[in-house]
Design a protein around this ligand. Structure first.
Ligand code: UGA
Length: 457
């Protein structure tokens, strides 16, 4: 099949490569000439494991081409995937500007096309976008009729950054929303799901709702674990033990119960908020998404609370903020919890030095140029009163705890992600503090102050 993928971000590039793997010919189209030129050289403008290699191979075999010319790319296309961004507007609703532009361009591009293409919305968008926005705009710009000359479908994407390619190639389910049964089957055939991959065939509105509800539920699991963690802190028990026991119930599941500094990224915060705003516009007040976000907002302050409990005041102290990306294996800093932690530390008078192996530059753009930041973890740790771990990069475990100790001035380590082994750190003579984790072992001192500042509970 000839597939066009519009929008060369995480979703577009991974979708394109997954389609190549299914044996299709792919034209990856983006409006930014610089991005197109870079991708043609197999230079990927974001850090995503495996993608540069797969892109290089697909380009070399001429199974994938990159261009800025949607009209040429769409000639005789069997399927056109819309993979553009839906960033948040100031009021939290999804900005559909890029989806609208893409729809209009697709309409113009398919005017002369006789291949009855599938126009597939992959971007995360509010329920009703496929049939209420994409369909009329493509019809208007093309002069064609949906359901006869072309077909619109929703096919939400569930990939995660950091494992985008593997997730796109090997999804745990495929959700397709369409009104024309034949078009729906064409899209299923295009994805060639293995026998073990469930395919949900439904209406476009239901498919779009599945995407929002999935992200909201996962985010809610994280916030739930975080609230229980704050209780565990008070109880002196380990929230990881608690959530392990909870997650073994098959009805609950083990994943996404890792408590810590909260969730970030380009999807959870934006989509949970957009769902809430969208539902409100429909006259439905969703309370759980709101509570999910509230917990997430206060969770970074738990890190500061722990630090103050361990150190006393942080004023004038040198704090190493370790990990700036919203999670490991990415340089993405959108909605990273590193920013509220940094701001809270600065406000409390700490001198902060930041470290990240991939995201220093992107974080600098977010936080400001006067940021003290380094890509060398030892530089950040040297002379620090206390490091605060925000992203669970593997590098943190690779440096021996004895080395941490010799570099650091202080003895306190605050782990916002359970990134390192508490026992190894305690053995090296460090006091390990984490969200939802009991008091450090004997030999290290933890001042016993009754203080509940900034705790969300
Ligand atoms: C998320 C979803 O997991 C994907 O299924 C979805 O396709 C994607 O959003 C999207 O809508 O595009 P992603 O944002 O890449 O993927 O990252 P996740 O791995 O889900 O992590 C999100 C955040 O939650 C991270 O900040 C992570 O540190 C945090 N998290 C995750 C926790 O704090 N605890 C957990 O147990 C799991």
């Amino acid at each position: 099949m000839k597939c066009v993928v519009l929008g060369a971000g995480y979703v577009g590039v991974a979708t394109g490569l997954a389609l190549v793997e299914r044996g299709h010919h792919v034209e990856l189209v983006d409006v930014l000439p610089k991005k197109v030129a870079a991708l043609r050289r197999a230079e990927v403008p974001f850090h995503e494991p495996g993608v540069p290699e797969a892109l290089r191979a697909a380009l070399a075999k001429k199974l994938l081409r990159v261009s800025a010319d949607l009209v040429a790319a769409s000639r005789e296309a069997n399927a056109i995937f819309i993979c553009v961004g839906t960033p948040p507007k100031a009021n939290g609703s999804a900005d559909l500007g890029f989806v609208k532009n893409a729809s209009k361009q697709i309409g113009v591009a398919i005017r002369e096309t006789a291949s009855h293409p599938l126009v597939v919305l992959k971007s995360t968008a509010p329920p009703g976008t496929t049939t209420g926005v994409v369909r009329p705009l493509v019809e208007k710009a093309s002069g064609l009729t949906e359901g006869r000359d072309f077909f619109v479908l929703s096919n939400p994407e569930f990939l995660r950054e950091g494992s985008a390619l593997a997730d796109a190639k090997d999804p745990d389910r495929i959700v397709i929303g369409g009104t024309n049964p034949e078009a729906l089957e064409r899209l299923v055939d295009l994805w060639k799901p293995g026998a073990s991959v469930p395919v949900v065939k439904t209406s476009p509105v239901a498919a779009e709702t599945i995407k929002y509800a999935s992200n909201a539920f996962l985010a809610m699991k994280v916030s739930f674990a975080n609230e229980i963690a704050n209780l565990c802190t008070r109880l002196g028990v380990d929230v990881y033990d608690v959530m392990h026991g909870v997650g073994l119930d098959a009805r609950i599941g083990r994943l996404f119960l890792r408590a810590g500094a909260g969730f970030g990224g380009s999807c959870f915060p934006k989509d949970v908020r957009a769902l809430e705003v969208f539902a409100r516009a429909q006259g439905v007040a969703l309370r759980l998404p709101r509570a999910t976000l509230e917990v997430n907002e206060s969770q970074p302050l738990e890190v500061l609370r722990l630090l103050e409990e361990a150190l006393g005041s942080v004023r004038g102290k040198r704090v190493a903020l370790l990990g700036l990306a919203f999670k490991p294996d990415t340089d993405d800093v959108r909605e990273t919890r590193a920013l509220p932690i940094l701001r809270a530390l600065e406000q409390a008078g700490a001198r902060v030095v930041c470290w990240d192996p991939k995201a220093v530059e992107s974080f600098r753009r977010l936080a400001g140029t006067d940021l003290d930041a380094t890509g060398d973890m030892e530089v950040a740790l040297r002379g620090s009163d206390a490091p605060v771990i925000q992203t669970e990069w593997p590098e943190l475990r690779q440096l021996a705890p004895s080395r941490w100790r010799s570099l650091m001035k202080g003895r306190i380590v605050v782990d916002g992600r359970r990134a390192v082994d508490p026992t190894a750190f305690e053995t090296a003579g460090l006091a390990y503090f984490a969200i939802g984790y009991p008091v450090p072992q004997a030999g290290t001192k933890r001042p016993r102050k009754k203080k509940a500042a900034a705790s969300p509970d």
